[in-house]
Ligand binder design. Structure first.
Ligand SMILES: Nc1ncnc2c1ncn2[C@@H]1O[C@H](COP(=O)(O)OP(=O)(O)OP(=O)(O)O)[C@@H](O)[C@H]1O
Length: 324
């Protein structure tokens, strides 16, 4: 597959103003993004996501390493490279707050060298799609945060850039607006052929929109893999088994030999077993031990891992990966 973005060994440090302490925000990161791909950039607070996005869109210059967009080095031919990119950053700096919704769209279309008339239909279509038609004459500074966010994404779409960078597109939005923005992004992903990089804390955004995710922790890449692969890799089922009675010492020993991470929690008249299994068949080994002394099972509860749990496990370093 053809890559459109190449990030190679980039490092970025900041110097704290008062203490002069050096902070390494991004440390020797490398990854590529293929044409038409939706890549999720994931990581805990302070991991280096925003710095990476700002480096790619040319707002920051790396201390070392390089970034190429469509094969063009962003430092050697900055303007030429960045023509291929639109970014929606925190605070929606790509909007003019004293212009109306429609004026913003017209202004950015004008930047593309198109007349008002030419883009009128395209703008109508975007206003409709982003559910902003009713607000087209409203000044941007009077819009809610969610509406501003939607407009910022619409403006990025209008620029026709092949690559769109979205930094935390659902951050700070209420549940409903967050859901609406996610739906819109899903529509963009499906119907417009763009390459998108999304940085987010929101696991639903990553799980629903992205094919692949680069997980960053402490400025370094810990995983670069398809979302489906990660879910499969951590496809553990967490079982909670309630027993009408207790396990003998012998049973406890047998179970711990077979399942070292098993938790046995005796209560007053019942007891509970908690265990993560990677293969469903392993549950039969557990039942064999219970059968030995005819321990009655009252209930079995099974929970499958979701992407949020996968993320937590990776960040905590529970599994090692071969980098893609
Ligand atoms: N302008 C700056 N000056 C000094 N340190 C900075 C600056 N910007 C970011 N940092 C530090 O660099 C590290 C990475 O920050 P960055 O904003 O890239 O992380 P992030 O993953 O986007 O975090 P969050 O999810 O909290 O937004 C953090 O330790 C942060 O405090």
């Amino acid at each position: 597959m053809e890559s459109i973005i190449e990030v190679r060994n980039i490092k970025k440090t900041y110097k704290k103003r008062k203490s002069k302490e050096i902070i390494t925000a991004v440390n020797d990161i490398s990854f590529t993004v293929n044409k038409g791909e939706i890549l999720g950039l994931l990581g805990p607070n302070g991991a280096g996501k925003t710095t990476t996005i700002k480096l790619i869109c040319g707002l920051l210059i790396p201390d070392s390493g390089f970034i190429k967009v469509n094969g063009i080095d962003t430092q050697e031919k900055r303007l030429h490279a960045l023509r291929h990119i639109s970014a929606v950053l925190e605070g929606n700096r790509n909007l003019y707050w004293r212009l109306t919704v429609r004026e913003n769209l017209e202004y950015f279309a004008g930047n593309r060298g198109k007349s008002r008339k030419e883009v009128a239909l395209e703008i109508d279509d975007l206003l409709e799609k982003f559910r902003l038609k009713e607000k087209e004459k409203e000044l941007v500074n009077r819009l809610s945060r969610g509406m501003q966010q939607k407009l910022a994404i619409a403006v990025a779409m209008l620029a026709d850039s092949e690559v769109i960078l979205l930094d935390e597109p659902t951050l700070g939005l209420d549940v409903e607006t967050g859901y609406e923005v996610r739906e819109m992004l899903q529509d963009i992903v499906k119907n417009y052929n763009r390459t998108i990089i999304i940085s987010s804390h929101d696991m639903d955004v990553i799980q629903n929109l992205c094919e692949r995710t680069v997980i960053i922790n402490h400025g370094e890449i810990v995983t670069n893999d398809k979302v489906d692969n990660l879910l499969r890799l951590f496809d553990v089922r967490a079982y909670t088994i309630t027993l009408d009675g207790f396990l003998s010492e012998h049973q406890q020993q047998l179970l711990l030999q077979k399942f070292p991470q098993l938790e046995y929690i005796p209560d007053t008249i019942q007891s509970t077993l908690k265990v993560d299994l990677t293969k469903s068949e392993e549950i039969y080994d557990l039942f064999d031990v219970l059968k030995l002394e005819h321990t009655p099972v009252e209930s079995i509860d099974k929970k499958t891992v979701n992407f949020e749990e996968v993320f937590m496990k990776i960040v905590k370093g529970e599994k090692q990966y071969a980098m893609v």
